[in-house]
Design a protein around this ligand. Structure first.
Ligand SMILES: [Zn+2]
Length: 103
């Protein structure tokens, strides 16, 4: 398997995130990696897994589908996103407060 290209794209249809196997809805801005393994194909990463890839960078050479869900960085961003979604505060200061209070 060889890496060809990484690009930020807007999805036109739903995809599975290769990192955590969550569904990425259509119309999301996500990372798309183009790879070649006999034939050329693309994989997609949700915003959380994008953060994980940023954090670990080249430490992750190869991983199986869903593996990024096991990382501590994924856990952190997943909790953070859930806190933001459940609270929806009006301004940034309140939002930081909400994250601290979240379990
Ligand atoms: Zn993901």
């Amino acid at each position: 398997m060889n890496f060809i290209n990484r690009k930020k794209v807007k999805t036109r249809k739903p995809h599975y995130c290769t990192g955590c196997m969550d569904i990425i809805p259509s119309g999301s801005m996500v990372i798309r990696d183009t790879l070649v393994d006999g034939e050329i194909y693309s994989v997609y990463f949700c915003d959380i897994c994008e953060k994980v890839l940023e954090e670990y960078g080249n430490d992750i050479e190869e991983f199986s589908e869903g593996d990024l869900r096991e990382t501590t960085v994924y856990e952190y961003w997943y909790k953070k996103r859930r806190a933001e979604k459940s609270e929806r505060p009006a301004n940034t200061e309140q939002r930081h407060g909400a994250i601290k209070k979240a379990p």
